[in-house]
Design a protein around this ligand. Structure first.
Ligand code: ATP
Ligand code: MG
Length: 236
């Protein structure tokens, strides 16, 4: 069994990609593995002492097994809270895939497993016309899709899976994240999506009214995740 790194995609922005990234990091860390995360591209960053700081990257840094510089975790940071390709144009800072690959290689050399959080949804443009598929392919990573369970998510989930597969990227599994506390049809919705996606459901995260970022490990099935380490089982 080899240590497999993953690209964490979402059905949309704000569906819990960071929360699930931390959750998977913690689950894997509990097994004794050294696990670090990465947020290659981030927009809406805060200017702190002259540096653009991503909130996601800061959380990911805090929960990593190794203490990595923020610049390595998040090589491309933009100030404007919009699509990174638009922010790049406004700020005159074009994206460079080489930087992403270089930072990823550095993290990979220091950890057993790297989790790479994407931006927005699968078709969100990152730089010029490049998107999530280009990053996942450049880093040779299978995808874990985070589905934010709420009204409209069936469409988002199925469209995302269709696109991931059409882009010839492996889908290792998906996670159901209960982002909407008042949504009454979570069970039926999760079951329907489960019946439509061949890749395994790796975890179900309830709505966490009091969020303890240190206690996110119980929600992901490490066994199912590890079972996917066999390339044969990655769903194409
Ligand atoms: N299961 C949950 N229970 C309670 N709150 C949640 C849950 N999942 C996510 N959230 C909250 O929803 C918000 C969005 O989650 P998160 O930042 O992980 O989404 P994201 O997909 O990473 O967003 P972005 O596209 O900005 O990177 C956060 O405030 C997070 O704490
Ligand atoms: Mg995030």
């Amino acid at each position: 069994m080899k240590n497999q790194s993953y690209f964490i995609a979402g059905t949309d922005t704000g569906v819990g990609k960071t929360l699930i990234t931390l959750s998977i990091m913690q689950s894997l860390q509990k097994t004794g593995l050294s696990v670090c995360g990465m947020k290659p591209v981030a927009s809406g960053c805060d200017l702190v002492n002259g540096d653009l700081v991503s909130e996601d990257a800061t959380l990911i840094k805090k929960h990593g097994s190794q203490d990595l510089p923020l610049k390595v975790i998040n090589p491309l940071a933009y100030k404007n809270p919009c699509s990174p390709n638009i922010a790049a144009e406004i700020e005159g800072k074009m994206m460079d895939m080489g930087l992403v690959v270089q930072a990823y290689d550095e993290i990979q050399s220091l950890a057993d497993i790297v989790l790479v959080e994407g931006v927005g949804g699968w078709r969100s443009p990152c730089f010029s016309s490049l998107g999530m598929a280009d990053i996942a392919k450049a880093l040779k990573l299978p995808v874990i899709l985070v589905v934010g369970i709420k009204l409209g998510c069936i469409n988002h989930a199925l469209l995302s899976v269709e696109c991931i597969l059409r882009d010839n990227v492996n889908l290792a599994g998906w996670v159901a994240n209960m982002v909407a506390p008042d949504f009454k049809y979570t069970e039926e919705t999760v079951n329907y999506i489960k019946g439509q996606i061949k890749a395994p459901l790796l975890g179900t995260v309830p709505y966490l009214a009091t969020l303890d970022y240190q206690q996110l490990h119980p929600y992901i099935s490490v066994q199912d995740l590890m079972a996917d380490n066999d390339d044969q089982k990655l769903m194409i």
